[in-house]
Each structure stands twice: as structure tokens, then as C-alpha cells.
Design a protein around this ligand. Structure first.
Ligand code: FAD
Length: 413
């Protein structure tokens, strides 16, 4: 590692924004969680209306300059700076990321539009997204095929005169149940006879285009998210060819580009969730008395507190290193580190949240505390944006090609 690669300090602006965001979290976001949950609970699982507190928080965050921090071209921040900010937003996953316009899947979609959109596409879709007026979804995964291998995607995008006609079925299209969602970025095949990684393209599909039908919303461990994760049927959906995002056959490469920083942003937030779980674990263990003393002194709890601290700090260092590598050398150079982060951080988050659940006893698995919902989301994270095994495969391949610093005398490679 070179000296610049080892320098994990925040910029001055990153530091200032961190202080501002912490204050916003303390004074506005954390206190708003109760109102958010009340709205969601009152509406029931089929309700996807937006709790009013979300838009109120967006206004306040914007007033404080906490807006669009995820996109270096907009914010002027590095990925390393953003890692610290995204982590803080991860303390309140339902509210803080969206309050600062840093919520998935919109951030990844905005990155795509920023990288590959035409001036007209940017005006129509990127501007309102950056302004927080609309939301969007990314439709790649399909129920009928193993979608961790994106070359399996079956949805067809056929050229017909000046239009594309799109037919297929998607699921886990996050965000498409939100009433503010206007845009689906759909991945499908434009040329099934091309080379394996040149068959796919992405097209911009207005969610109200004829032939788009939201079939159902999928729960994550029984919980329906406000913006939803939906199954969508695309039945001969017609859009003009000018809705192609990037070039024909460039969909696979664009999907990789989207998931570089996007994957690591999820992990940065997951560190915040792990920190919150550990803080809750400690507070509960110190205040709850069993067998004559605080639970914090019983059994394996002291070790679990210490192991959690070690695991979070190790995971954060890996995440910071990956962010720094993206800043210095770009997404491609950082790909293995991003895979390492994607495997490590959700595991650590799940482990720490699980320990916090255990220390909370019955309360831990109820909805009285956020731990059960946090566990569900971070367990799902081990599947979305590439299951663990796919990333492990990437890491192992790279390792097998790596020249060791020294070789064993007589070793054959
Ligand atoms: C909460 C959530 C949100 C999501 N949001 C979106 C979204 O917005 N847009 C979107 O398009 N998709 C989204 N997804 C879908 C997600 O990206 C896919 O579920 C994921 O890519 C896995 O695809 P699959 O479900 O088809 O699993 P499959 O491809 O069928 O894989 C199943 C399992 O097989 C194993 N496996 C796969 N490959 C390998 C390998 N190389 N080596 C060893 N084992 C392997 C793994 O254990 C894997 O979990 C979301 C999923 C969830 C859970």
C-alpha cells in the first residue's frame, strides 16, 4: 500500500458535513422515527404512502446543505468522505438516507443517468431525481432465472421502427411501489445472438407506460417496505428508441458500473446500523438486571461487546480502504476490495444485530425496538447486489492470480 492509499482522513469539508449531519440526526431524524413507524403501522402492509415526516426531513436536510452528497460531481466529496456520512445515515435507514437524497436505488440510478444519459434524458429524469421530486427503480432480476448471473436475464427488448418493445417479468424491483416512482431502468436483451456480455441493454421506461403492471410487493422477512420491492410484468411495453440508456449491448457493463460505488454505499450504511445495534446492546445490558446484577456482566456478554467493537472497526477500515482506492484509482481497480467489503460488512452487521437481539430478550424480536427489522434488511443484503458466494468467487480468482511477495523455495505455481 502506498502512503496516499493509507491516508484515511476526511477532508475539511467532509468533517464539517459530518458534524452537521450528526446534529441533524440528533435533533430531527431520530426523534422523527416514531411518527414514521406510526404512519406505517396505521396504513398496514399494503400501504405505500409516504409518511409526511419524510418530506419534512428532506426540506430540513437541504436547508443544511446535506443533499446529494453521494455523487462526487455534485458534492465535490470523495468516496472516503461520503463513507463517513453514509455510515451516520445508516443509523436510521428508513429516514436518513432519503432525507439527504442518498437512498437506494435512486443513487445508483442517478449515477447511471449521470454516466450514460443523453442531455435530454438527464433533463427529463436526472434533474427531478437530483431535486428529490420523483423516485425510480432498477429492474434487472427475474423470478424465472438465476439472476446473480446477469447474463441469464430473459426480458426481450426488440426494435420495431423507432420504438423498442419490451416483454418480460421482473421481481425485487425496489422502489416501484412508491407513489413518487416515475421511472424504471429496465435491463433486457437487445441481441440474444451477440457475445455473452454484449446481449444486454438498458432502457428508460416510464412506470405509467401501457403494459407495465405491478403484480405484487414482496416482503423482506415479513415486513413490507414503504417504497416496496415489487414484481413487475412488462407486456409489450413500447418506448421510443431514444429511451436507450448508453449504447445497445452496453447494459452488462453499465450494470457493473452502477454497482461499484452503489454496493459500497449500502455497506457504509450497514456500518451505521451495526454501530446502532452495539450501542443498543450495551445500553440494554447495563440497565437490565438479572440474577443480581446487570446483564452486561453475565455469561458471554462482555466478550460479545468486545468482539462486536473489533469486528465493526475492522470492517470500517476495509470499507475506507475500498473507498480510498476508488478515489485514487477508480472502480475497476477497487473491484476486489469492494467485493471484500460486500461480503464482510453485512456479515458483521448481522452478527452484531443478532447479539443485540439476544441481549434484548423478547423485546429484541418484537417491533418495539428496530432490531428485528434491521436484522431482516442486513440479512437480505447478503443476497442483493451479488450474493456472498459470487463475491467470494471474484476474490478467490484474484488471489489465485496474485504474485506472492516471496515464494517458497522449490514451489511450483
Ligand atoms: C431486499 C432486496 C432488494 C433487491 N432489489 C433489487 C433491485 O432493486 N433490482 C434488481 O434488479 N434486483 C434486486 N434484488 C435482487 C437481487 O439482486 C437478487 O436476488 C440477487 O442478485 C440474487 O439473484 P437470485 O435471487 O436470482 O438468486 P440466484 O441467482 O438464484 O442464486 C441463489 C443462490 O445461489 C448461490 N449462488 C449463486 N451464484 C453462485 C456462485 N457463483 N457460487 C456459489 N453459489 C452461488 C447463492 O447462495 C445465491 O444466493 C433485490 C433483492 C433483495 C432481497
Amino acid at each position: 500500500m502506498t502512503a496516499p492509499e493509507r491516508d484515511l482522513r476526511l477532508s475539511e469539508r467532509g468533517d464539517e458535513l459530518r458534524d452537521e449531519l450528526l446534529d441533524f440526526m440528533r435533533t430531527h431524524v431520530m426523534p422523527a422515527e416514531a411518527a414514521y413507524e406510526q404512519h406505517r403501522h396505521a396504513g398496514g402492509p399494503d400501504d405505500h404512502s409516504v409518511p409526511p415526516v419524510v418530506e419534512e426531513l428532506k426540506t430540513e436536510a437541504r436547508r443544511r446543505g446535506l443533499w446529494n452528497l453521494f455523487l462526487p460531481a455534485e458534492s465535490g466529496l470523495s468516496q472516503l468522505d461520503y463513507a463517513a456520512l453514509a455510515e451516520i445515515s445508516g443509523w436510521s435507514l428508513h429516514l436518513a438516507p432519503e432525507a439527504i437524497n442518498g437512498q437506494a436505488p435512486d443513487t445508483g440510478n442517478m449515477e447511471l443517468l449521470h454516466l450514460f444519459g443523453t442531455p435530454e434524458q438527464k433533463e427529463q429524469w436526472l434533474e427531478p431525481l437530483l431535486d428529490g421530486r420523483i423516485r425510480s427503480a432498477f429492474a434487472m432480476t427475474e423470478p424465472a432465472v438465476a439472476s446473480s448471473d446477469a447474463t441469464n436475464i430473459q426480458t426481450t427488448i426488440e426494435r420495431d421502427g423507432t420504438d423498442y418493445v419490451i416483454t418480460g417479468r421482473k421481481w425485487w424491483t425496489s422502489g416501484a411501489a412508491d407513489p413518487r416512482c416515475r421511472l424504471l431502468i429496465v435491463m433486457g436483451k437487445t441481441d440474444p445472438d451477440a457475445a455473452t456480455h454484449r446481449q444486454q441493454s438498458m432502457v428508460l421506461v416510464p412506470i405509467d407506460a401501457p403494459g407495465v403492471r405491478v403484480v405484487r410487493d414482496l416482503p423482506v422477512f415479513g415486513r413490507h417496505d414503504q417504497h416496496g420491492h415489487v414484481e413487475v410484468d412488462l407486456d409489450h411495453v413500447r418506448v421510443p428508441v431514444t429511451n436507450l440508456l448508453g449504447e445497445e449491448g452496453g447494459g452488462f457493463a453499465a450494470a457493473q458500473a452502477r454497482l461499484g460505488p452503489g454496493r459500497i454505499h449500502h455497506c457504509m450504511r450497514a456500518l451505521g446500523a451495526a454501530e446502532r445495534a452495539l450501542a443498543m446492546l450495551v445500553a440494554r445490558a447495563e440497565s437490565r438486571i438479572a440474577f443480581g446484577g446487570p446483564i452486561a456482566d453475565l455469561g458471554a456478554v462482555p466478550n460479545e461487546i468486545a468482539e462486536s467493537r473489533i469486528a465493526i472497526d475492522q470492517a470500517r477500515l476495509l470499507c475506507q480502504l475500498a473507498a480510498r482506492t476508488i478515489d485514487l484509482h477508480g472502480n475497476k481497480e477497487a473491484a476486489t476490495l469492494v467485493s471484500m467489503v460486500k461480503v464482510t460488512v453485512p456479515r458483521v452487521a448481522c452478527q452484531v444485530i443478532d447479539r443485540a437481539i439476544q441481549v434484548h430478550g423478547g423485546a429484541g424480536i418484537s417491533d418495539d425496538v428496530p432490531l428485528a427489522a434491521m436484522y431482516g434488511w442486513h440479512r437480505a443484503m447478503r443476497i442483493f447486489d451479488g450474493p456472498d458466494e459470487v463475491h467470494l468467487r471474484t476474490i478467490a480468482r484474484r488471489e489465485r492470480r496474485r504474485e506472492p511477495l516471496l515464494t517458497e523455495p522449490g514451489a511450483v505455481r
